[in-house]
Design a protein around this ligand. Structure first.
Ligand SMILES: NC(=O)c1ccc[n+]([C@@H]2O[C@H](COP(=O)([O-])OP(=O)(O)OC[C@H]3O[C@@H](n4cnc5c(N)ncnc54)[C@H](OP(=O)(O)O)[C@@H]3O)[C@@H](O)[C@H]2O)c1
Length: 335
């Protein structure tokens, strides 16, 4: 068994990690921590009452080193790098869910803040499983991709060789409110979002440079990504609609089926996808359609799972030499 910890245990992605780890055949939950600690997990998450009891500590590097071989950092950006650097040096395997190790230094500092651990940034592996599987098996530090970049990249990457990359890419994305984490804000207030839908940070969201950077790293293609996220009145789920211009005649569904033939957590759908069929699972559902040279791609994920915690868990599986599907949820919350 591998001793595992979650720092950020009181948050949304922290809870999803805990739920998967307690059912995992090879991971043993040994350490839970928050900013203040001094609690038990069922007090922070009453849904876990009668399922598990576990102390929650004040997060410390020493606490992780004493208890864990593998740790998930379910923390806001900046807080994560404060922990990660000491842990990597101590030989702990780290999967970070924040943006801290996802981007090149220059891009990170432009869109987030000054980086305090540039030393480890170069050795991190981007945790988009289907594209970095072999690197993840050797990784000591994994950067969990952003939720929107996960849905967008899984949808668009198979088509990059067939689209006109001189034409801007348009990505119209919709997310449930849990994507913003547990803290309250006017935007996520019930009265603001109930019966409502609106764009936020159009063309200026920090996930656009992540999508651009990864397309370039994976395919060597520079493309102008115009990304517009929307908030929708749902708890979880993300639906991404991508619009591109084809440079050759292709059958979009055939391209997808061939590209993901060996990827059991990508489902190529014959009809447009929806968020509910992926809610509670690690699946990414993808559909594509064309009209002459116009290409439409539709991609759906659960932002808390494939967009964060289950993707992180799969990275942890690979880092530890396990099958990637161990402990990963596959049955959606339908109806
Ligand atoms: N939500 C999503 O759909 C999603 C998807 C992809 C990636 N992510 C990323 O995953 C990370 C966690 O997101 P989330 O939605 O779970 O956020 P969240 O619900 O706000 O939870 C954040 C957690 O971090 C803890 N925390 C904050 N600062 C800390 C510190 N200095 N030391 C120890 N614990 C600290 C908080 O503990 P306290 O209770 O003590 O404040 C809380 O448990 C973020 O970086 C986010 O961008 C989230």
């Amino acid at each position: 068994m591998i001793s595992v910890g979650v720092v950020g245990a009181s948050g949304y992605t922290g809870l999803e990690l805990i739920k998967m780890i307690i059912n995992h055949p090879k991971f043993e939950l040994k350490y839970l921590a928050t900013t203040t600690g001094d609690s038990i997990i069922e007090q922070l998450h009453p849904s876990l009452e009668g399922v598990i009891t576990h102390n929650v500590e004040k997060a410390s590097i020493e606490g992780v080193i004493d208890s864990c071989e593998l740790v998930f950092l379910a923390l806001p950006h900046k807080a994560s790098m404060g922990f990660a650097k000491g842990l990597i040096d101590a030989g702990i395997k780290v999967v970070d869910l924040s943006a801290d190790y996802r981007l090149d230094l220059e891009t990170y500092e432009k869109y987030y803040c000054r980086h305090e651990d540039a030393r480890h940034l170069n050795s991190s592996v981007y945790g988009l499983i289907e594209y970095y599987r072999e690197d993840l098996k050797k990784a000591k530090l994994v950067a969990g991709p952003g939720c929107y970049p996960t849905a967008t990249l899984l949808g668009i990457l198979p088509f990059i060789p067939y689209i006109d990359t001189t034409v801007p890419l348009f990505v119209d994305a919709k997310s449930g409110v849990s994507g913003a984490g547990k803290k309250l804000s006017t935007t996520t207030h019930f009265v603001t979002i109930n019966d409502n839908i609106f764009a936020y940070n159009p063309l200026k969201h920090r996930h656009a440079p992540e999508i651009t950077e990864k397309i370039e790293k994976i395919h060597g293609a520079k493309i102008n990504v115009n990304f517009v996220p929307h908030l929708i009145p749902a708890t979880r789920g993300e639906l991404v609609s991508i619009y591109a211009v084809l440079k050759e005649d292709i059958n979009p569904l055939e391209i997808l089926k061939k590209h993901y033939a060996n990827d059991k957590f990508i489902r190529i759908r014959e009809k447009p996808v929806d968020i509910k069929s992926t809610a509670g699972t690690h699946f990414c559902d993808i559909y594509a359609q064309k009209n002459q040279n116009a290409l439409f791609i539709s991609s759906a994920i659960d932002n808390l799972l494939r967009g964060a915690s289950s993707q992180a868990l799969v990275a942890g599986n690979l880092m530890c030499g396990f099958d990637e599907g161990l402990g990963v949820p596959t049955i959606s919350y339908m109806p």
